[in-house]
Design a protein around this ligand. Structure first.
Ligand SMILES: C[S@@+](CC[C@H](N)C(=O)[O-])C[C@H]1O[C@@H](n2cnc3c(N)ncnc32)[C@H](O)[C@@H]1O
Length: 208
């Protein structure tokens, strides 16, 4: 059974929106049903998959930022794998309210479309599941996430296949590579929302 929050999300023409307000309102409303819909309706598996990919290269004491942490499903997976120093940032206060019980050291409410009030090289790694998708965060945010990652640190994130070329994520990834800001370790299209037959690109990159 589809909850109201997901219903409103699916009706929002996210590709046409040019500010964060409508999306914030939808996630605020969806928050209480989000975890149920993630599993039962969408069959989303990006949270354990991104953590599995990152944990293959990242030491357990690393300081991590979960970008677009939502209700904290990535935090649950990080804790399962023995990570304890992770923060989260998200647009929606209601989504963040659920994340409070999920092991995050600090939670911030910001838009990742804007410059972040976080110093250069503050984190050993950034992880992000489900953030780069229809109408959420634009390509320029990737460079801001690189800025706040230490040299030698990692970014591990998904990009929904539906926006990968249409929103020029492919070009931005190539441009960042050409600018020698990172080395791509993995970039592969794999299962994402298994009950909707939607795949995502899973990217793991090491910051130079
Ligand atoms: C599909 S959910 C993924 C949540 C979580 N990472 C997970 O895997 O369950 C996308 C999240 O991105 C957040 N989001 C959307 N636009 C954002 C923005 N501009 N800045 C920060 N977070 C944003 C939403 O509030 C939502 O929590």
């Amino acid at each position: 059974m589809t909850g109201q929050g997901l219903d409103h999300y699916q009706k929002l023409d996210v590709d046409k929106q040019d500010n964060d307000d409508a999306l914030r309102a939808v996630y605020d409303e969806w928050a209480k049903e989000y975890d149920h819909d993630n599993d039962a309706t969408l069959g989303t598996i990006s949270q354990p998959k991104t953590v599995e990919i990152l944990s293959a290269v990242l030491e357990k004491h690393a300081k991590i930022l979960d970008a677009g942490c939502g209700t904290g499903l990535v935090g649950v997976e990080l804790a399962k794998r023995g990570y304890a120093a992770f923060d989260g940032v998200d647009l929606s206060a209601e989504m963040l309210r659920y994340a409070k019980t999920r092991g995050y050291t600090k939670l911030f409410q910001y838009s990742l479309n804007d410059p972040l009030p976080i110093s250069d090289g503050a984190y050993d790694a950034i992880i992000s599941a489900g953030l780069f998708t229809h109408g959420h965060v634009k390509t320029h945010a990737i460079r801001e996430l690189i800025r706040i990652t230490k040299s030698g640190g990692y970014l591990c994130f998904t990009i929904n296949e539906g926006v990968y070329r249409s929103q020029a994520f492919d070009k931005e990834i190539q441009s960042i590579t050409d600018d020698k800001l990172w080395d791509i370790e993995k970039l592969e299209k794999e299962a994402y929302m298994t009950k909707e037959q939607v795949q995502a690109y899973y990217c793991l990159a090491q910051v130079r």
